[in-house]
Design a protein. Sequence first.
Length: 659
Amino acid sequence: MLKLIWLVPTLPLVGVVINGIFGRWVRERAHLLAVGTTGLSFLIALGIFLQVLTGRTLNWDVYSWVPVGDFHATVGFQVDPLSAVMMLVVTFVGFLIHVYSIGYMHGDPGYARFFTYMNLFMGSMLILVLANNYLFMFLGWEGVGLCSYLLIGFWYQKQSASDAGKKAFVVNRIGDAGFLLGVFLIWRTFGSLHYAEIFPQVAELHEILAQPSIFGLSLVTWMTLLLFTGAVGKSAQLPLYVWLPDAMEGPTPVSALIHAATMVTAGVYMVARSSALFDAAPVSMTVVATVGALTAVFAATIALVQNDIKRVVAYSTISQLGYMFLGAGVGAYASAIFHLATHAFFKALLFLGSGSVIHGLGGEQDIRKMGGLRKHMPITAYTFLLAALANAGIFPLAGFWSKDQILHAAIASGHVWLWALGAAGAFGTAFYMFRLYFVTFEGESRVDPHVAHHIHESPRVMAVPLMILAIFALGAGLFGTSPEHSPYYTFVNPVFRAAGEGAGHQGPSEFTMALVSVAIAAAGIALAYQMYLRRRELADRMAERFRGGYTLLLNKYWVDEIYNAVFVDFGKWLCHRLWLVDAKGVDGAVNGTSWLTVLASHLSARFDFRGVDGLVNAIADLIQGGSQAFKRLQTGVIQNYLLAMAMGIFVIVSLYFFF
């Protein structure tokens, strides 16, 4: 059964090829292949997972991919408890999102294209988590980056969607450059990119890896910091988080897939997979934990006042990813992956529930124009409530167990300030999630009268995935109740060097910390209840009293505007000054320089504009003109085609006999 692992990523890719080629003909039936291949992939993943539970693992090089001199990379798969958990989460949640998409995307002109991209996303993510070496992982890493661009900008006719897709692509290139440099450094140091060959050498080469290098940091520190740079971009952490809120421009199932099962979890998985390297780099571990904790609080504060239903959930994702990195940074890798898994269930449910609301309101996303929806959409409301409770960390739902283990690991590691940041983020999470729930589903209706009579519960194909995810958001946490006794930790911990991560921790007991966590979450919910349900005017008074802070949060600290001014506008200005188009511009730019320099710059600009650009445009015009001429031959009249064939045969035969 383990040797069938290659089918898990391959089946969705088969759907990509067939729907990609024949999508224009299958159209509204494209989901049959897309959902079917994803479902089969999940069933095979489930069978393999059950075998891994019995202790069987696999490290299989399928074939040699890049044999160049001393460099040798393969297409290979590694199946162990870590990759098995990730594989199961990706295929199961991805399958439910595919099913939900049948109803949500029904009637869209790009229906077949949508499912082609979704299958490609699935295949790329599965390659990433099942690869047995960094280069093959990087192939999947870049694949999910490409799919984010394609799916965020899916409705490319909208300028905002097109810009959001490009923004995600560009920001991720920054992180990916760091990741690739880290991979280069790994190969240069260990002579291999295979996990099984790298990780055992870490202890053997400890003296070499620990020696100070550039800026006094050790070699392994640089290695892990570069890898973490890639994780910061892919998993939307400070300062490269800015692409993820704009990803809401894509269809809602895309948001669910990106935030819950694919892409943003890739960075967390990569850090956990590279735990042997990170354990040898204490500085990097501190950086990972600090960035995670700061991101958790930072994103939570922005979510407090946002009014777009999907953006609130998007900032929640950024915050929850921060908790995962906080866990990894204090050495609680298994807890970080556990939170990744539980988060996949309740975050997919939150996004799909948001999509159900948007679907029922005819496209409305502003929660200020909602209210009282529970009586019209009970399935959506109650499943959304369960997801909100899980996200807030209320006992005994899934989010409570995983988040509590991370917070306990933080304080037990001796970093009380990391726990304090995490606790502040937990309070904010509970507050903004129930602000979102109360304003959307409870209280008086603020729905536009023209829309109110069209409100309806989502069809069964959308409602059933909500109910299934609600079950897992309710009970999945019970598999990881304690690092010392739960089946999850017993299963996953052997993958990490520090197996049994709960052992040896100092500090308050788990029970005490659990009570504190629940009290913090309950306080956040109680405050949201007072401000947005019982005394609605209190929220308006608070916003007016603290107008400066409210404006700061509503405008997301103006980070996008700062980035745009520093990197985009300044870059355009600099390029414009360097590319001097006319003599007047040259004179103004190079005042005081010699006439020879001015002439050379002017001629260079003219050559660039008329020579290089002119040649490129001429080729495009030639192809377009030729297409316009040749399309006249495609008349659609079969007699014309038969005449052309007869004339061609006559010419060929004549040439044969006369020459």
